[in-house]
Ligand binder design. Structure first.
Ligand SMILES: NC(=O)c1ccc[n+]([C@@H]2O[C@H](COP(=O)([O-])OP(=O)(O)OC[C@H]3O[C@@H](n4cnc5c(N)ncnc54)[C@H](OP(=O)(O)O)[C@@H]3O)[C@@H](O)[C@H]2O)c1
Length: 245
């Protein structure tokens, strides 16, 4: 057990997981979340195309979400348009609120997000959708492409338990997978087993089948214009991932 489990989030998760074990035998938390419908609080930093699509879809799936960005008024309106289960706040409020934090900002903004959130990131499960591009993100983009997006995000968000996901499918499709659950795979990368299980549960909740392609070092393959980009079945993802180093 890691020290992270001392946080209130992880006590809650631990209790849910224990309940899952009682009810469902030895199913992992992800299976419990999907089958027993465990509802979570999800903070979103970045409420643009990706953040708003994911937050809206998770709210519809019964989770409680808090949107944040640089524009609180926008986020209040977004939350009001969704209604029950959605609210808006600052990025620090979203980080404090969320059992899980989803960060969806342009990569050039990630250093600032890391500074703004500071100690709130310690032990926090973070789903990182962010992709570095040299042209859009300048120096940070160049550095992150070289280092690899997973390891770069880890350096910019110290203490966070990062799972890379939703990096290389279009935001317009993010709210549609539930119509055909389990058919579209979601390549993910991370180093923290419990964070991967919890993120996997949330990913399944909106219709994707998560496929772990490796640790954060493999996060560099989860971005546009890479072989894993676009929509693939879970089996196709496993086959492509087996060819990657
Ligand atoms: N678009 C896609 O289809 C897609 C798919 C997969 C992954 N991605 C990646 O996911 C990330 C987000 O993409 P997107 O298309 O959603 O971008 P977007 O539509 O431009 O939205 C970016 C969001 O980040 C917010 N933001 C910027 N700086 C911030 C800061 N310092 N603190 C808090 N919030 C901040 C923006 O707030 P304001 O609007 O208030 O400035 C906006 O809500 C990118 O890294 C992108 O490469 C995109």
């Amino acid at each position: 057990m890691t020290t992270h489990r001392k946080t209130p989030l992880n006590r809650r998760v631990f209790i849910k997981a224990a309940a899952a074990t009682l009810v469902l035998g030895n199913l992992p938390f992800a299976a419990y979340a999907a089958s027993a419908g465990a509802k979570m609080k999800i903070g979103l930093v970045g409420s643009g195309r990706v953040g708003s699509a994911l937050g809206t879809t998770w709210a519809k799936a019964g989770h409680t979400v808090m949107f944040s960005s640089l524009d609180l008024e926008h986020d209040k309106q977004l939350a009001a348009s969704i209604g029950h289960g959605a609210r808006a706040g600052t990025s620090r409020e979203a980080a404090a609120f969320g059992d899980v934090l989803v960060i969806s900002v342009p990569y050039f903004a990630l250093p600032q997000v890391g500074k703004d959130l500071g100690a709130l990131l310690k032990g926090k499960i973070v789903i990182d959708t962010c992709n570095p591009f040299e042209q859009r993100d300048g120096e940070v983009g160049v550095w992150a492409r070289k280092k690899g997006a997973g390891l770069a995000s880890q350096e910019l968000l110290p203490g966070a338990r990062i799972v890379r996901a939703f990096n290389a499918i279009g935001s317009a499709r993010m709210g549609t997978a539930y119509q055909n659950p389990g058919k579209v795979g979601m390549p993910i990368a991370g180093d923290d087993k419990q964070a991967i299980e919890i993120a996997s549960g949330l990913i399944r909740d909106i219709g994707y089948e998560p496929v772990l392609v490796g640790g954060l070092v493999m996060g560099r393959h989860l971005q546009p214009r890479e072989p894993l980009a676009g929509e693939h079945t879970p089996d196709e993802i496993r086959k492509i991932a087996a060819t990657l180093k």
